[in-house]
Design a protein around this ligand. Structure first.
Ligand SMILES: Nc1ncnc2c1ncn2[C@@H]1O[C@H](COP(=O)(O)OP(=O)(O)O)[C@@H](O)[C@H]1O
Ligand code: SF4
Ligand SMILES: [Mg+2]
Length: 384
């Protein structure tokens, strides 16, 4: 990303921010007033619900393998004695996006922003609170486990920690043969040959077949996890921070393996990471999450060349500049991430946003498209 362009963007955005403030400011130029939070909240909720209802009846995008609409996953933290929710944590809060077959969607955001919950809810490892999840044109959000079973082979997950996600008492051969047997991918007499072939594709030597996971390094174990996910010939793979637990020297090998396998098999990836350089390298599209919400979404080049949301701009500014001659403009966000159990009112980012305006404290910005698939939720841009 060009530093100069980012700076220009920050400047442009601040100009727009001032304009928006001016538009919302009272005519006498005095203090802001007139926000009835309760009334604004109800109005905003009503508009959101209306939009959700309108979108619900739209047909799924035929070009998308995965289309998520207004997805919510709330965890109930406390219940009354009668089982009514007393407090909830909005881990995923009204998230919408589309991915085409063969694409990689990178999901970025600080720890706790809901990336893992989003991935797991899409795979129905968590039951969604509400929203639609179209996989190959069918809304699977309400599917029961028995209805999901035939789809299980099509959607797989690779976890962050390759140490805890492999059974310690099974050999690599048994680990990889298990899903092949269960889902009857090949006839029983062909399983060993199939597994050995898969191991070769994932860069695992054939003598590993008889070995146990603890005999291997993190990188080799992650190759085993990737092979296990691919054993059932999936179409969509959620890669949840697949290289975060690995040595930096090994990360590139695993990323390149994932890229090669994607090309060979036409896989679609949902690639979750907090590492922007990894996401930039592997993704076609990028979604930026903050406190359970998608704050910006678009094509990779568009997001990196023209980041619009102040949170995205701040995240990008934190990436060290390899050129020591160029001055870097690191934006330090004030404060800690608020708890998703008690998120700030209005725009959830307003407590840390360098460009927050009065309106941001009261009204949540709409998630809107500002040109060719580039979505942003921020009052700095026109919200009507
Ligand atoms: N099963 C659960 N029950 C209650 N809260 C959860 C559960 N899983 C995740 N959370 C909470 O949801 C939020 C998002 O978590 P997570 O999706 O793991 O974020 P990330 O992957 O971005 O670090 C966090 O505040 C986390 O504590
Ligand atoms: S607080 Fe939110 S809506 Fe306001 S300027 Fe910052 S990101 Fe945009
Ligand atoms: Mg996570």
């Amino acid at each position: 990303m060009k530093e100069q362009e980012i700076k220009q963007n920050i400047q442009d955005n601040s100009e727009e921010a001032k304009e928006t403030v001016a538009e919302n400011a009272p005519a006498d130029g005095g203090e802001f007033g007139g926000f009835d939070d309760e009334a604004e909240f109800l109005k905003e909720q009503e508009e959101r619900e209306k939009k959700i209802e309108e979108d619900k009846v739209l047909p799924p995008d035929e070009e998308a393998i995965l289309e998520v609409r207004h997805l919510k996953k709330y965890f109930v933290l406390k219940k009354t004695l009668l089982g009514k929710p007393l407090s909830t944590l909005k881990a995923v809060d009204d998230v919408s996006f589309k991915v085409k077959p063969g694409e990689t969607l990178g999901i970025v955001g600080e720890s706790g922003c809901g990336k893992t919950t989003l991935g797991r809810t899409i795979l129905k490892l968590h039951q969604p609170t509400s929203g639609q999840i179209f996989f190959e044109g069918k809304d699977v959000a309400g599917y029961k486990p028995s209805e999901m079973r035939p789809l299980r082979t099509k959607m797989q997950i690779v976890f962050q920690d390759p140490y805890s996600s492999l059974p310690p008492r099974s050999t690599v051969g048994d680990i990889l043969a298990e899903p092949v047997k269960v889902h009857k991918i090949v006839p029983p007499d062909k399983i060993k040959e199939y597994v050995l072939n898969l191991m070769e594709q994932c860069g695992l030597r054939d003598y590993y077949y008889e070995r146990y996971p603890h005999e291997f390094s993190g990188g080799q174990r992650q190759r085993i996890c990737i092979a296990r996910a691919l054993a059932v010939n999936p179409e969509l793979v959620v890669c949840d921070e697949p290289v975060s637990a690995l040595d930096v020297s090994i990360q590139a090998q695993i990323i390149n393996l994932l890229k090669r396998l994607q090309q060979e098999r036409g896989l679609t990836y949902l690639f979750i990471s907090h590492d922007l350089s990894v996401v930039k390298y592997i993704s076609d599209k990028i979604g930026i999450m903050y406190l359970g919400s998608m704050v910006e979404f678009g094509k990779k080049d568009e997001i990196f060349d023209n980041p619009m949301h102040p949170y995205t701009v701040a995240l990008f500014s934190a990436v060290p500049n390899p050129n020591p001659d160029e001055k870097s403009d690191h934006i330090i966000l004030k404060g800690d991430i608020p708890s998703p159990a008690n998120p700030p009112k209005g725009c959830k980012f307003h407590t840390r946003c360098p460009k927050a305006m009065e309106i941001c404290k009261h009204i949540a910005p709409k998630y809107k498209e500002y040109g060719d698939g580039h979505f942003v939720a921020c009052h700095c841009y026109s919200q009507e």
